[in-house]
Design a binder for this molecule. Structure first.
Ligand SMILES: Nc1ncnc2c1ncn2[C@@H]1O[C@H](COP(=O)(O)OP(=O)(O)OP(=O)(O)O)[C@@H](O)[C@H]1O
Ligand SMILES: [Mg+2]
Length: 353
């Protein structure tokens, strides 16, 4: 007689369990290994790469509750990481990491992830302009494009060439005084679209680990939209100094901004603050300020969430055009009100980093 509960049933039900703070489930993140189900007795491993006890407990409990719901289950044994790998250094995102399970970048003083729950709110625009504004203060700045499926940095920074290689290491590209790396420099535009989670993990790790970043005061990381593979990889493979959340003023974006904040908090990454982008429009003729969307949402959200508000950036076609042309507005129009907004935020960040 076939078993009442099959390993596939267990996989299916565990696919409903989300990794705390993330969009993705624990199966697709590669956490669940070695499932066995016989006569209602279920055994599997959870291949944690996080060291965080409360996250481990939370996932274990949720996995147990999920499997308990399957009719015919008698007993559930959830084991730790599979044997053969030291605790805290397994799973797709921990390969070749240092002893702490994290990639070490000894020359880099601060690593800041620029994220948002929602796509298209201006993370990449904010990343490139903050990078240039920070560099203008005399700092050494790097920019890592963690958007594997839709890299924007090559276009926004106006670079198309392929990077050089020294030994096993890739040389960062340099443009507008910023050292940068993006999957867009390494593979043709449409090739990463079919990549699955573990490949994304590897790619992000490689961009961090195999690039000669050298000495940097700040390494900004332009995150992809949402809270998926690249986010989990980064929050677990490198000691992030903090996360910045970009939002637009509309309620739909603010809901996602809260999710972004929750994601970082879940993995104990400090929130440096919220930036509201496309906040208002300054008329180029009369300099009058117009609130296009509802106003003040970013500030309110930061107050509600108890995280700093870093500032607002106006909406202006010149910002978009500058990005499309490969020269960030901070470099292209150094005295414009948009540039001043970016510089003010960069100064604020410098104070807290
Ligand atoms: N302040 C602004 N004023 C005008 N246009 C802007 C502004 N900020 C961003 N944009 C434009 O909005 C679009 C989306 O911005 P961007 O690509 O930076 O967002 P994103 O959050 O990185 O998107 P994705 O989630 O796809 O990575 C781009 O065309 C960009 O030029
Ligand atoms: Mg982007």
């Amino acid at each position: 007689m076939a078993d009442i509960v099959s390993a596939q049933d267990v996989v299916d039900v565990l696919k409903q369990v989300k990794y705390p703070g993330f969009d993705r489930d624990i199966v697709s993140f590669g956490l669940v290994k070695n499932i066995q189900a016989a006569k209602g007795n279920v055994v599997f491993n959870l291949a944690f790469s996080t060291q965080d006890e409360s996250t481990r407990r939370q996932i274990t409990l949720a996995a147990r509750e999920a499997v308990e719901q399957l009719p015919g289950v008698n007993d559930i044994q959830i084991m730790g990481p599979p044997p053969g790998q030291p605790a805290g250094a397994q799973g797709p995102m921990a390969q070749q990491a240092g002893q702490s399970g994290k990639i070490e970048l000894p020359g880099v003083k601060s690593i800041v992830a620029v994220a948002s729950g929602k796509g298209g709110v201006g993370k990449s625009t904010v990343s490139v302009n903050l990078a240039v504004a920070l560099a203008d203060t005399g700092a050494q700045v790097g920019l890592l494009d963690a958007d594997i499926y839709g890299p924007s940095i090559p276009t926004m920074m106006g670079v198309k060439d392929q990077p050089g290689v020294i030994g096993q290491k890739i040389l960062p590209m340099i443009s507008h005084d910023i050292k940068m790396m993006s999957i867009g420099f390494l593979i043709p535009e449409d090739q990463s679209v079919t990549w699955r989670g573990p490949m994304v993990h590897q790619a992000v790790q490689q961009l961090l680990r195999d690039v000669l970043w050298g000495e940097l005061d700040y390494l900004l990381i332009d995150m992809p939209p949402g809270t998926g593979d690249a986010h989990l990889t980064l929050t677990q493979s490198v000691a992030l100094t903090g996360g910045v959340i970009v939002t637009t003023p509309q309620d739909v974006a603010l809901i996602d901004a809260r999710r972004g904040v929750a994601m970082f908090q879940q993995v104990n990454v400090p929130i440096l603050g919220i930036i509201e982008n496309m906040s208002y429009f300054i008329c180029p003729h009369c300099a009058e300020r117009t609130e296009i969307f509802t106003t003040g949402g970013g500030k309110r959200a930061s107050q509600d969430l108890g995280v700093p508000f870093l500032g607002e950036i106006p909406i202006d076609p010149a910002v978009c055009l500058a990005g499309d042309q490969g020269t960030p507005i901070v470099r292209k129009e150094p005295d414009s009100p948009q540039t001043q907004a970016f510089r003010a935020i960069a100064d604020g960040l410098k104070q807290i980093l």
